[in-house]
Design a binder for this molecule. Structure first.
Ligand SMILES: C[C@H](O)CC(=O)C(=O)O
Ligand SMILES: [Mn+2]
Length: 344
């Protein structure tokens, strides 16, 4: 693979996808400390939002330590160069959230839908584009449909005004060939001016390889998290990706030692548990399950005595998708009752 001179924009997820791993409890001071480190290392884009996006604060998704608005007000004025993005899932986040984000200095809105539901993004993408924001369409769980179907959904988002479209491997299920096929088709068929992005999870240990495959297939933006802080086994670990890109001679614009230090000195010390491919995280990838279900399944294991792995496998078999977090406890309870009926 030759990525010599290939330009890529790295987008940090530790303060948004990382919120899942921290049960949305990152403090204001931690947010500022990490964001400033990322900025100094040259990361151009930093996502700051509840793990489930603007308006995610709820019983279903989890209540955060602070509001999105409080995080924006604390973080954005501290940044010298980096711009901040916010995630928005239509139905959870509203147009009012979008306006609040822009008023607080958010430059980029990423409108996320399940990969078959791009049509629900029309209002939010249209509004963000009209507000002249960097407007991204983010197609989640992209392993669940064919490349052709993904392209159809991507074209819808592009037609609503998105200037960048993401292929999102929410379950960390994809292998490099699938990434090549999907990102390659988006690159070939979308408008040449539309950027392409890839968001990976490390559940099968493939996040770096998949990100490289995405770049080779034409992706302009790659998501990752420092020290991998993110849902499941985490996102593409940014400091590792930067080291690999450095070796390959790609044009990434990041200071390698500074990003390593952010990972080691700022992010790792605040992890509640090691972010690694443990058997449950591996099951997410293997069974194609939404990464943010991991901690819900682990909690259900504690409560009902059903192994998280069994719960996750069943969630995968049922084809559950983001937004169905309430199903996890329901399923664990059903499985516990069935087990009791069988074993007495
Ligand atoms: C709301 C999800 O956490 C978005 C995401 O990062 C993914 O689908 O992956
Ligand atoms: Mn993610």
């Amino acid at each position: 693979m030759d990525l010599t001179g290939i330009k890529v924009k790295l987008h940090d997820m530790s303060l948004r996808d990382g919120m899942h791993a921290k049960r949305h409890q990152i403090s204001i001071e931690q947010m500022q400390f990490i964001a400033m480190g990322l900025d100094e290392a040259g990361i151009p884009l930093i996502e700051v939002t509840h793990g489930d996006g603007l308006g995610g604060s709820s019983l279903n998704y989890g209540f955060p330590a602070h509001t999105d608005e409080a995080y924006f007000k604390a973080v954005i004025p501290k940044l010298k160069n980096a711009r901040v993005s916010a995630l928005l899932l239509p139905g959870i986040g509203t147009v009012d959230h979008l306006k609040m984000a822009q008023a607080n200095g958010v430059a980029c809105i990423r409108v996320a839908t399940h990969c078959t539901e791009a049509d629900v993004s029309e209002q939010h993408i249209g509004m963000a584009a009209k507000m002249e924001m960097d407007t991204v369409g983010f197609l989640m769980m992209a392993h669940m449909i064919s490349a052709k179907k993904l392209l159809e959904q991507a074209k819808l988002m592009e037609s609503y005004g998105a200037n960048c479209i993401y292929c999102t491997d929410s379950a960390g299920f994809m292998l490099p060939d699938e990434v090549t096929e999907k990102v390659g088709l988006l690159r070939a068929e979308l408008n040449p001016g539309t950027e392409i992005g890839f968001h990976g999870h490390h559940n099968m240990g493939m996040a770096i390889a998949n990100s490289l495959a995405a770049m080779e297939a034409g992706a302009d933006r790659i998501d990752g998290s420092v020290a991998g802080l993110g849902a499941g086994a985490g996102n593409t670990p940014l400091e590792v990706l930067v080291a690999v890109l450095e070796r390959m001679g790609a044009d990434h614009g990041i200071d390698l030692y500074k990003i390593m230090d952010v990972a080691e000195d700022r992010v790792t010390p605040m992890m509640d548990q090691p972010i690694r491919v443990d058997r449950d995280a591996l099951t997410l990838g293997y069974a194609g399950v939404y990464s943010s279900f991991l901690l819900f399944a682990k909690r259900a294991e504690q409560k009902y005595g059903i192994p998280a792995r069994d719960i996750l496998v069943e969630l995968g078999r049922r084809g559950t998708v983001g937004g169905q977090e309430d199903m996890i406890e329901d399923l664990a309870l059903t499985m516990a009752k069935a087990r009791e009926a069988t074993h007495g």
